[in-house]
Design a protein around this ligand. Structure first.
Ligand code: PLP
Length: 453
């Protein structure tokens, strides 16, 4: 920090303040964690200066032997941890990993047959006419993904994201009565819509997904099954999600982030069947800039950590803690989407439980040292900005060593804050979906307990 302070003290201060904030508050953001010192140090070094476009052993730059070592290790550990045939460690983020996967599927299922028909080896060999036809065909493909309000991610085909502009998209959702994934409705939509790709995976669904059934549906309609396991990769690595609930044996292609429950550096990764390996490895420079060798070094370290037996117990404790948090909230009268959890996250319906919008609840909890995020719930009456949900997750606090007893206490702290919070009014005196009112005595008391924990 002192070295940084000598150059730009405000950055040094912000870094120091971030450490203090993370120590003083309860980090319940479901997508965050605490990476180990080994992971952080693997990221902060001279690898950051290297250019290494290409793949291991086939670079467009000289001097990449050490980058080759770390990229090969990251891929090897990933294949071992997840039992995958092929791993690609270059994506800079989860969104980038999804882009690589989409284009790999498009290349395999649309581009390759077009090249074959035209008797061409690569796109540069196509006539202008064949090229125009192929571009039209690439832009004419369909994707079926989980709806945002049921817990899907923006990159699963939504218009504000490039995926929604690339694909003609339709969504599947959850059963309004139970909040659970409705596989029969999904099957029906898939039969009618005939997508090229079915995307499974979520950011805010508190239950397990049966990937065997998802693959069965994909096969029935000739779709490729892609699973985005960004949120729950740590539970797969830790062998808590196995059999029908492990995406790797069922999907042709699986993407992930490395920084959420997997507890690595910020970044992404793609795992796939050998049949898609060649297309996946073209991620850079097709949709990615040059790889980040320092981050790949940190991915290799994090995946080596995930291969240790203690990672299994870490993953199991994430789920035990999540269940304890859910049970603590239910006992205190809160309404949870789907009535509970089977994974690392819990979605509280704060509108039904406390008469608050997600935005009001998020702000009141932050005042009290409890860091969460507002989130849409299925058929959300408050829309995607204010929302009616609060998403909480246990990967970070589990890394800090907190257990089920503390989770029950934290459920009590959350309930106390939200019970003591009321909706505020705008400056014109009208009811506000953004403002909240919370007695400073309550927020100070809870914030102190959050710091102690
Ligand atoms: N996929 C899912 C399911 C996610 O939840 C997220 C992030 O929240 C992403 C992809 C995007 O990851 P990143 O922020 O690393 O691009």
């Amino acid at each position: 920090i002192e070295v940084i302070r000598g150059v730009e003290p405000r950055v040094a201060d912000a870094i120091g303040q971030e450490l203090e904030d993370q120590r003083d508050s309860l980090k319940l953001i479901a997508s965050e964690n605490y990476a180990s010192p080994a992971v952080l140090l693997a990221m902060g070094n001279w690898f950051s200066d290297k250019y290494a476009e290409g793949t291991v052993g086939r670079r467009f730059y000289a001097g990449c032997r050490n980058v080759d070592t770390v990229e090969a290790l990251a891929a090897e550990h990933a294949r071992e941890v997840f039992g995958a045939q092929h791993a690609y460690a270059q994506p800079h983020s989860g969104i980038d990993a999804n882009l690589v996967a989409f284009w790999a599927v498009l290349a395999a299922r649309v581009e390759a047959p077009a090249l074959e028909r035209a008797g061409a080896r690569q796109v540069n060999d196509l006539s202008e006419e064949d090229w125009a036809r192929l571009r039209h065909e690439l832009g004419d493909q369909r994707m079926l993904g989980m709806s945002l309000d049921a817990g899907g991610h923006l990159t699963h085909g939504f218009r504000p994201n490039i995926s929604g502009k690339m694909f003609d998209q339709r969504s599947y959702g959850t059963d309004p009565a139970t909040g659970l994934l409705d596989y029969e409705a999904l099957r029906k939509t898939a039969r009618e819509f005939r997508p090229l790709v079915i995307v499974a995976g979520y950011s805010a669904y508190p239950r397990l997904v049966n990937f065997r059934i998802m693959r069965e549906i994909a096969d029935e309609v000739g779709a490729t099954l892609m699973v985005d396991m960004a949120h729950f990769a740590g539970l797969v690595a830790g062998k808590v999600l196995t059999g029908d609930f492990d995406p790797v044996p069922h999907a042709q292609i699986v993407t992930t982030t490395t920084h959420k429950s997997l507890r690595g550096p910020r970044g992404g990764m793609v795992l796939c069947d050998s049949s898609l390996a060649e297309q996946v490895d073209r991620g850079c420079p097709m949709v990615l800039g040059g790889p980040l060798p320092h981050v790949m070094a940190a991915k290799a370290v994090a995946l080596a950590e995930a291969r240790r037996p203690d990672f299994h117990s870490y993953a199991q404790r994430i789920v035990d803690n999540s269940r304890a948090l859910a049970e603590g909230l239910l006992r205190r009268g809160a309404t949870l989407v789907t009535g509970g959890t089977d994974n690392h996250l819990v979605l509280i319906d704060v509108e039904s439980s406390y008469g608050l919008t997600g935005r009001q609840a998020e702000a009141a909890l932050l005042d009290s040292g409890v860091v969460t995020n507002r989130n849409s719930i299925p058929q959300d009456p408050n829309g995607a900005w204010y929302t009616s949900g609060i998403r909480i997750g246990t990967p970070a606090l589990t890394t800090r060593g907190l257990g089920t007893g503390e989770m029950d206490e934290i459920a009590g702290l959350i309930d106390r804050v939200l019970t003591a919070t009321t909706a505020g009014v705008t400056s014109a005196g009208k009811p506000s979906k953004a403002q909240h009112v919370l007695d400073a005595k309550v927020s100070d008391e809870i914030a102190q307990r959050a710091t102690d924990l």
